[in-house]
Design a protein around this ligand. Structure first.
Ligand code: ACO
Length: 325
């Protein structure tokens, strides 16, 4: 009998500090940086985002989301035998956020590691956890996407600092005879490294280069809309399904225009797309599990429905996970 991995619980966490576009515009104006609610809403669909408090690190956000996912699954931390965290904004160079989450949850022993694929981090992490469950090397995995992108933003660059927010989302994935994850599809192409990157890095006890996010927005836009359609179609083909079988599209929440364009290519109406970018901004690896948990908890997503999760991010990396919820 085929072993599938199934989502048995979801959770998410947003830091308390919430800034509307007007709040952010007022803060930026104090530094001589001009932006407006109108510009941000028209170009991106974003209306608000959350920023972590100074004392909060990525692992704190991840742990909160993990606790809620465990509660929803009716499990305790010691029931988990694998922890993977998708993140590009870890607490430290090492050890991993995943080992810190494990300790904060009060458990030990099971494998725990981070996976760095920027905004595709959760899709990559879910794919790896699914493969480990299918192979029998794990039975119950915590898969988390968590980010504090506010720490790597240049608040003098209005073309990027208005786009991102902080947060975390998590799922508990369990081995099951019933589907479950139906198909996965991952890709990367390193020649695009310069269109979205944080070039600074630790070197001999200091930082070499600029440790803030740099982006060529139009190049990212063009690439994203193409690969998001391709990867969704690849996962559908692997599962012998068509776009008509999708109940909910849960795309990476980068920009409403990218999401609408992808939905149109997949012939899905706006009523089939889970949108949280308006309230969360782009939370990178956290955006998909945050959107998933939002739609599970408000009752839109129901057991038995077919979900298409897909993401694209720096690297470039992209991919999708098609699953029966
Ligand atoms: N407020 C006011 N004006 C602004 C702002 C701002 N925050 N940012 C840029 N502008 C100005 C520019 O200076 C420019 O002015 P000019 O015409 O006088 O030179 C004008 O607005 C237009 O700038 P563009 O960069 O051409 O704007 P564009 O329509 O391309 O929108 C955006 C920019 C929103 C970044 C768009 O390119 C985009 O959505 N790209 C996708 C990138 C993305 O979503 N990245 C997220 C991270 S990647 C990921 O998650 C996969």
């Amino acid at each position: 009998m085929r072993i599938y991995s199934r989502i048995i619980g979801t959770g998410s966490y947003l830091p308390e500090k919430r800034l509307t576009n007007a709040d952010l515009a007022a803060e930026l104006a104090q530094q001589g940086v001009e932006t407006s609610d109108d510009w941000i809403v028209e170009r991106t669909g974003i209306r608000a985002r959350h920023f972590a408090a100074d004392h909060q690190a990525c692992s704190d956000l991840a742990t909160e989301a993990a606790r809620k996912a465990l509660d929803a699954a009716g499990l305790a931390a010691h029931d988990i035998d694998l922890i993977i965290v998708g993140t590009s904004t870890p607490d430290m160079v090492f050890p991993s956020v995943a080992t810190m989450v494990q300790h904060k949850l009060g458990t030990a022993g099971c494998p725990a590691f981070d996976l760095q694929a920027v905004c595709s981090g959760f899709i990559y992490a879910l794919t790896v956890a699914d493969a480990m469950i299918q192979s029998g090397s794990a039975k119950r995995a915590l898969v988390i996407g968590a980010e504090v992108f506010s720490r790597i933003l240049d608040f003098k660059d209005r073309t990027t600092c208005v786009l991102f927010g902080d947060g975390a989302g998590a799922v508990v994935l369990e081995a099951s005879g019933e589907p479950g994850v139906l198909a996965t599809d991952l890709h990367a192409d390193g020649k695009y490294k310069d269109i979205l990157c944080v070039p600074g890095h630790v070197n001999r006890g200091g930082i070499l280069g600029d440790p803030v996010l740099k982006m060529d927005g139009q190049a990212v836009f063009k690439l994203a809309v193409g690969v998001l359609e391709e990867t969704a179609r690849a996962s559908l083909a692997k599962a012998n399904l068509t776009d008509a079988d999708i109940d909910w599209l849960i795309p990476h929440q980068a920009n409403i225009r990218i999401m609408q364009s992808t939905a149109k290519k997949l012939k899905l109406g706006p009523d089939k797309v889970v949108v949280t970018v308006d309230q969360h901004g782009n939370t990178s690896a956290a955006s998909i599990p945050l959107a998933l948990d939002t739609a599970v908890r408000d009752g839109r997503i129901q057991r038995g429905q077919t979900l298409m999760l897909e993401g694209v991010g720096g690297g470039f990396t992209w991919g999708s996970v098609l699953l029966r919820y």
